[in-house]
Design a protein around this ligand. Structure first.
Ligand code: FES
Length: 331
């Protein structure tokens, strides 16, 4: 019997949770299957999916990397595997942890491949920070299968908070290093890069400051910009974010909670918006700002430095305000 296939045209697919387990105190793994036994389309190493879910407390759209099988052997799985870190102030992940159980229905996109592993890079350095391991682990697995040269560094505060540390060691062997900051401090990223073979390409996923430090170190060593490829984990949220009020052209005031994006708040208020990636990459949510005192805290990777400095537009899916609690948007 062949598995039921999805019609090629549908952007979102009906799915359900088919398994759940806790990996650490704050990170849980969820297995996702097609709602009616349909096979979900496979994703490449580094690809992610959009999840649409929610209830009366709010509707959410979030992105999660497809982790793939955890075994070093070739073993395709009939479901998708994701891992979600609970951030209590960020309502989407808290909602998932509180409500997703076996049988929970949700909508999912097809795999999206914006963070691609090059097929033939001479040597890959994989760097994962915390739950940023989720796109990096399948990359390591792919490189290992194909016998491609790589080194992997997985950094976290302490091992018991680091999901899949055992699997990283089992798959990566001598090519994988686990760094616990509580024991050995934060890695010297400049020294790490300087010690790599000629032509190394870096793939990194983790918190924004880690990626900033790595790209700065690479620039300091004269590395070409394209040799550091990254995916920022949770670009939209930082622990010290505060709430703000957005004023629209018609005078409407929209409250944006500390753990909510401006885009989410606009949508919940019924304001017409455009968006796609929802993590500062595509520019579709770019919105005009009414000039004023507010200094935009740009967290996207779409606008150029010059455009950021102008402060006339912002990506409302992830950027906020650095110095004020009120922002006027020209919509
Ligand atoms: S939705 Fe893609 S940059 Fe905001």
């Amino acid at each position: 019997m062949t598995a039921k296939q999805w019609p090629a045209a549908s952007k979102y697919l009906d799915a359900r949770i088919v398994g759940r387990r806790d990996l650490t105190e704050r990170i849980s793994e969820f297995l996702i299957g097609g709602a009616d036994g349909a096979a979900l389309p496979p994703g490449d190493a580094g690809s992610h999916i959009e999840l649409r879910f929610g209830g009366p407390a709010g509707r959410f759209l979030r992105h999660y990397s497809l982790i793939g099988p955890l075994s070093p052997e070739k073993s395709p799985e009939p479901f998708w595997r994701i891992a979600v870190q609970r951030e209590d102030r960020f309502r989407g992940s808290a909602f998932i942890h509180a409500t997703f159980r076996e049988g929970t229905r949700l909508r999912v996109s097809r795999p999206i491949g914006t963070f691609r592993l090059g097929r033939n890079v001479p040597h890959a350095l994989l760097v994962a920070g915390g739950v940023g391991i989720t796109p990096i682990l399948p990359m390591m697995r792919s490189l290992s299968f194909r016998n491609r040269p790589f080194h992997m560094v997985y950094a976290g505060r302490r091992r018991e908070e680091m999901a899949y540390a055992d699997e990283v060691e089992a798959i990566g062997g001598d090519h994988a290093t686990i760094l616990e900051a509580d024991r050995s401090g934060f890695p010297d990223l400049r020294a790490l890069l300087a010690g790599q073979p000629e032509g190394t390409v870096v793939y990194v996923c983790g918190p924004g400051p880690m990626i900033d430090a790595l790209t700065t170190a690479a620039a300091g060593l004269g590395w070409d910009h394209g040799r550091v490829r990254y995916e920022v984990f949770n670009a939209a949220h930082r622990p010290d974010d505060h709430g703000l009020t957005v004023e629209l052209r018609d005078g409407r005031l929209i409250e944006v909670g500390a753990g909510t994006t401006i885009l989410d708040a606009l949508e919940q208020a019924g304001v017409d918006t455009l968006s796609d990636c929802r993590r500062g990459e595509c520019g579709l949510c770019l919105t005009d700002v009414v000039p004023g005192d507010a200094v935009i805290d740009h967290r996207d990777s779409f606008l150029s430095e010059a455009e950021r400095a102008e402060g006339r537009q912002m990506c409302v899916c992830c950027s906020r305000v650095a110095n004020a609690s009120k922002l006027k948007l020209a919509i």
